[in-house]
Write a protein that binds this ligand. Structure first.
Ligand SMILES: *[C@@H]1O[C@H](CO)[C@@H](O)[C@H](O)[C@H]1NC(C)=O
Ligand SMILES: *[C@@H]1O[C@H](CO)[C@@H](O)[C@H](O)[C@H]1NC(C)=O
Ligand SMILES: *[C@@H]1O[C@H](CO)[C@@H](O)[C@H](O)[C@H]1NC(C)=O
Ligand SMILES: *[C@@H]1O[C@H](CO)[C@@H](O)[C@H](O)[C@H]1NC(C)=O
Ligand SMILES: *[C@@H]1O[C@H](CO)[C@@H](O)[C@H](O)[C@H]1NC(C)=O
Length: 394
């Protein structure tokens, strides 16, 4: 671009020279002078441009988003640019970037128009960890993922600044996305979930997207969970009509007519969605702004926004049940937190196999793939029973 400007400037200059001396000098002399000036300026332009490029590429080291987000941008230079392969377009090489949320959502909302992929696409499950800090159960997850590379992607959104990266051998190594503080029950929590979805959508191989917290555990081995999700033709977003005060009572009449009381739903924050629904969620501005303005505590956006959005946009694509189990049986406003002594094979088997629901139109007792609210001290007993019960490779 710089070079183009320089060329235009050179042309202008040659015109001006011609105006001043035009009558006296022979026309060819003017043209010759102009052309040689233009040539000189062009060479100078190239030189400057190359210098600028060198400067930029040294910046790329610090701002890898330039390479990640604009792999296709043609470089208007005199020297040849490095060639990009399809690989650079279908998944970002680096998760770190500094694009704004608005820019990110826009990019993530892009959907290929062609039905078939021009490469061998193995669908992956994106495991999106929304955490407040560290992952105390990371070791359990490491064992869960071991040996299944190529079938999953991991994304971590953490509100806290964590300075140390896990070791290179860890599945969590360099899997953190640019994060912002997220407050429970507020729009910032929804923003964090959308940020996770958007980052995960940039990898075109991600087909299913599951949101997990630092207290979540898997209830089955990887292959079982993978095939359950990949083969399901519905998303798992908890969504029901709660007639009580803590359900319909949180509906705000100002949402009408875009959202009516009969559209209003409640559900568990911990969703699992298909790619089509993930795109719908990051693309939504219509419902999002209504919720942002009219669903504030005691209306908790993360309990109503997705449940209602799915009902409005893709009701037939949702199973309306969550895939993540949590225990509300002890009452109160918070679910049970499990500690080390609670963990046993009998207990986990009850969660793994003790419910009735439907899966692809068939009745099943396997209704939950993940469970929540496991304290850090459950790690040791969980690791002990994992090889036999969860079937992880020891
Ligand atoms: C995973 O679990 C299923 C069912 O429990 C079992 O059939 C399968 O062999 C296990 N897979 C691995 C890789 O352990
Ligand atoms: C889920 O809820 C929506 C909206 O109420 C409904 O249209 C759909 O049939 C429900 N799906 C299932 C599987 O029950
Ligand atoms: C699930 O269904 C079976 C058979 O219909 C029944 O015996 C069992 O009690 C049900 N379980 C629950 C948790 O509702
Ligand atoms: C997908 O869902 C429909 C009902 O919506 C069901 O009839 C069909 O069997 C499901 N497909 C598969 C592959 O299970
Ligand atoms: C139920 O599952 C069986 C075996 O997985 C399958 O053959 C059958 O088509 C399913 N039925 C429905 C109604 O989806």
């Amino acid at each position: 671009m710089k070079q183009c400007k320089v060329t235009v400037f050179a042309k202008e200059l040659s015109i001006r020279i011609r105006r001043v001396k035009g009558r006296n000098l022979h026309a060819t002399t003017t043209i010759f002078l102009g052309l040689s000036l233009a040539f000189f300026v062009m060479v100078l332009g190239c030189f400057i441009n190359n210098r600028a490029k060198k400067f930029l590429s040294s910046n790329e080291f610090y701002f890898p988003q330039l390479a990640t987000f604009y792999p296709m941008s043609p470089s208007p230079s005199c020297s040849s640019s490095s060639a990009h392969s399809l690989r650079d377009w279908i998944a970002p090489m680096e998760l770190s970037h500094s694009v704004s949320d608005e820019e990110l959502m826009w990019r993530a909302s892009m959907v290929p128009h062609m039905v078939n992929y021009p490469y061998n696409r193995t669908p992956k499950v994106a495991f999106m960890f929304l955490t407040r800090g560290r992952l105390p159960l990371a070791l359990l997850w490491e064992k869960f993922f071991k040996g299944h590379e190529g079938f999953y992607s991991i994304y971590i959104h953490t509100s806290l600044e964590l300075n140390n990266e896990p070791p290179e051998s860890s599945v969590f190594y360099k899997r953190r996305i640019p994060s912002k503080p997220a407050e429970w029950g507020r729009a910032t929590m929804m923003d964090a979930e959308r940020r996770l979805l958007a980052n995960a959508l940039l990898d075109f191989s991600n087909e299913r997207f599951v949101l997990l917290s630092e207290t979540c555990i898997p209830l089955f081995n990887f292959t079982t969970i993978y095939s359950y999700l990949i083969n399901s033709n519905k998303s798992f977003v908890g969504s029901f009509d709660d007639p009580r005060k803590m359900g319909r009572g949180r509906y705000n009449k100002r949402m009408w007519p875009t959202i009516s009381l009969s559209d209003w739903r409640k559900g568990n924050q911990w969703f699992e969605v298909h790619r089509r629904l993930a795109v719908e969620i990051v693309s939504d501005v219509k419902y999002y702004h209504i919720f942002e303005n009219h669903c504030k505590p005691p209306c908790y956006m993360d309990e109503h926004y997705l449940a209602t959005l799915v009902t409005k946009t893709q009701p037939d694509m949702n199973s309306n049940r969550s895939i993540t189990w949590v225990d509300w049986s002890r009452g109160g406003s918070h679910p049970t937190r499990f500690v080390g002594k609670d963990v046993s094979e009998t207990f986990l088997n009850r969660v793994r196999d003790g419910f009735n629901c439907s899966y692809n139109g068939n009745a099943t007792t396997v209704c939950f793939l993940f469970a929540r609210k496991f304290e850090a001290n459950t790690l040791e007993p969980l690791l002990r029973i994992a090889p036999t019960l969860l079937g992880f490779n020891p």
